[in-house]
Design a binder for this molecule. Sequence first.
Ligand SMILES: *Cc1c(COP(=O)(O)O)cnc(C)c1O
Length: 424
Amino acid sequence: MSHYKLGLDFAKELDQKDQLANFRSQFHIPKDKNGVELIYMTGNSLGLQPKITKDYIQQELDDWAKLGVEGHTQGKHPWLHYHEFLTETMAEIVGAKPIEVVVMNSLTVNLHLMMVSFYQPTKKRYKILIEADAFPSDKYTVESQLRHHGYDDKEGLVLWKAREGEELANYEDLEAILEQNGDEIALIMIGGVNYYTGQFFDLKRITKLGHKHGCIVGFDCAHGAGNVSLNLHNSGADFAVWCTYKYLNSGPGSLSGAFIHERHANRKDLNRFTGWWSHNKETRFKMRDEFDQLPGAEGWQLSNPPILSMAAIRASLDVFKSAGFDKLCLKSKALTGYFEFLINKLNNTNIKIITPKHPDERGCQLSIQVNYADRALHDKLTKAGIITDWREPDVIRCAPVPLYNSFEDVYQFVERLKTILSPS
Ligand SMILES: *Cc1c(COP(=O)(O)O)cnc(C)c1O
């Protein structure tokens, strides 16, 4: 059934045939203290640095040194409109129209800003639904929003849980929750790709279901952006947010992206927090005008943006543009399919992949549950030159990233895991 084969030669053959293989050389691959490249499987946590990033940041440092404040208009890439250099490629990657996308702030901040506009509780409809094992920051934001509006953060929170003995959330259960309590739920806020299981949710299906019951629907796509085809516009979602330091390789703590569906672009009735960067660009610097709302996602900006971080994002997006996101998604499926094949061939009954088997229901990450394992396994992997992410109680999350991980990386990872797990 599978077209994959065992053995190092096959991994090398796949790398040879891979048209995107040379992109690896455009990244800094971390090395051990002897200068040997590590096997980096944590692009889902912090993406690697493109070699061009330094030049892009240096350019802005040079303009700042040379021009001072004039850099806003006289710089090679004038700072005044710098965020606009990012919009088109970012919109393409998340499947949105440019008017629906802006890069601003950091992720959790944007989540709150979106809820200022899109969580408008009423006496009858005030609850928020999230997936049971949502990323902690997401859970804390919705709990604090509930409290902010005067509701109890336990009573007001509806959890979409996996069934007893299962790891993945099930759409029938979501339907049942909404049939029963849909008229009390103001907002559905789901991680588009679950950070723990790697499950890529059907955004369109969830949105349709939510809208049918009168709920607003938003997604945190931190683990989706740059990893899977999100098609945000077609999903119909009201809003989405994501960070740029995971699959989008823009450096630790870098800025976040936000999507607000075009149908909300000119709404003046929504609650918003505003600042001078939400004001009409043409008249912004007259400084004395009445507030004049910018249309589209840009209208949610508050501050003039941090150019150095944005330069790193521009560098990363240029790498994505030259690789082509569709091609990356195809390679990703091949790479993760190969990874799954090798793990299954270990025939180890203590190992279970909890990520969905269907390639359309996941990105590149596989979450591997290892029975009887503890953190010592993670330490052994680290010693063996592998960077992975350990999640209590017994899951290793591994993400072979198509831009810079090779088929041989995947092969070596599984070989070393096999050695570590084999009884000595
Ligand atoms: C990584 C991640 C975050 C982190 O939020 P920051 O505000 O960037 O620190 C939040 N939510 C999800 C789902 C994430 O994956």
